[in-house]
Design a protein around this ligand. Structure first.
Ligand SMILES: [Zn+2]
Length: 375
């Protein structure tokens, strides 16, 4: 199976300039292509009788070579893959937009989402990778060995450079059999497992939010684009990065543990996109990383030979009694305990929900004959 791999690179000073040049050309090509395609779309709307065919990525690259490259000598200082892939990505962005999957592509600003893609002869060796035009790039961690990626993407985030590529991986069947688990995800507590374990996420925003707000307040009067403003932006970006690292680390450890140790993992198929429209919930959800949790479980279960089971969005996991199956008509969010009026089940609400989720694959395992909170 194909797995994405991303890691930070140690950049030498002469390489820093070369990387920035590549990112600059990629951004220039993207912005040029975006401007052109927008004009074509405008023309086609205003003059439907004189429609221009919407260009393919190959058309765009041909025009770029003919019209732009000759006028901008600095294009010759970088690999031709950089502008080529920028236009490919632009065309893909338009396709996603036409199919209503994403919003229209936007112009790129310098220093925001700097990235470019290279292909050609790529060599991976221990803790370094050789890419065309730039040469050997050292990494902080040992790279997967015996692989030959056909392309790599190099990107910058808060003054750090990263390299990413896809690798073919042979799944290993290390997950045990007959050990399913149900997981209730929540905002108050990140995950409640049907084993009774309760896991709180580090909630990095709550810890570092004050620091971030203070920083943003302190810099409110700085002139946009000034040196001081740039310095402050960098500090803010670094803080954001730190926050995302804490969250990433928590989710990685949890999903690896689950995928390695359970045969089936049952979670609710949360409508994260729908929930994010609710502004109050949006920050808490983005912060708690449900989407990332599901994304990682999806590939890690494949990797370790376990299975991810998604319960239907309308499955009433918190309204059912895991003991007798009775369904409550209503259960307000404020009520943290499920107490059944038909049997003597009394237990934590999220724990009860996790048992109901487990019950979807293994009703015999999920149902507990006795009440009480897990110990
Ligand atoms: Zn009951």
């Amino acid at each position: 199976m194909l797995l994405g791999f991303k890691t930070e690179i140690k950049v030498k000073s002469h390489q820093r300039i070369l990387l920035a040049k590549h990112a600059g050309v990629a951004r220039h090509a993207w912005n040029w292509g975006l401007d052109l395609t927008k004009k074509i779309l405008d023309n086609n709307q205003e003059n439907p009788e004189a429609k221009i065919k919407f260009p393919t990525a190959i058309d765009l690259h041909k025009w770029l070579v003919a019209l732009v490259k000759s006028e901008n000598q600095w294009y010759y200082e970088v690999s031709k893959s950089a502008p080529q892939y920028a236009l490919r990505h632009l065309r893909k962005a338009w396709d996603d937009c036409f199919q209503l999957k994403k919003k229209p592509p936007r112009f790129k600003r310098k220093g925001k989402q700097d990235s470019f893609t290279l292909d050609g002869s790529i060599t991976v060796e221990h803790d370094q990778i050789k890419v065309p035009r730039i040469g050997w790039l050292k990494t902080y961690e040992r790279l997967p060995q015996g692989i030959k990626p056909s392309s790599v993407t190099i990107s910058k985030k808060a003054h750090r450079w990263f390299i990413s590529f896809k690798i073919e991986i042979e799944p290993s069947k290390i997950a045990p059999k007959n050990n399913p688990i149900g997981i209730d995800l929540g905002l108050l507590r990140f995950a409640t497992l049907s084993t009774g374990e309760e896991l709180c996420s580090p909630r990095p925003y709550q810890q570092l939010e004050k620091k971030l707000a203070k920083l943003q307040w302190k810099n409110r009067n700085k002139v946009i684009g000034s040196n001081n403003w740039k310095k402050a932006q960098l500090k803010i970006a670094k803080l954001h990065y730190k926050i995302s690292c804490i969250r990433q680390d928590f989710i990685h450890k949890l999903t690896t543990r689950l995928a390695k140790n359970h045969s089936e993992i049952v979670i609710e198929n949360l409508n994260v996109a729908g929930m994010i429209k609710n502004r109050k919930l949006a920050k808490a959800i983005a912060d708690s990383g449900f989407y990332e949790f599901k994304r990682q479980l999806t590939y890690k279960t494949q990797l370790y030979g376990s299975e991810l089971v998604l319960a239907d969005r309308f499955f009433p996991s918190s309204k059912l009694c895991p003991c007798c199956g009775h369904k409550k008509e209503q259960l307000p969010l404020s009520k943290r305990v499920y107490d059944c009026e038909h049997c003597d089940w009394v237990a934590d609400r999220d724990y009860s929900a996790s048992l109901n989720l487990l019950g979807l694959v293994r009703p015999d395992v999920a149902v507990r004959p006795r009440s009480g909170s897990p110990s």
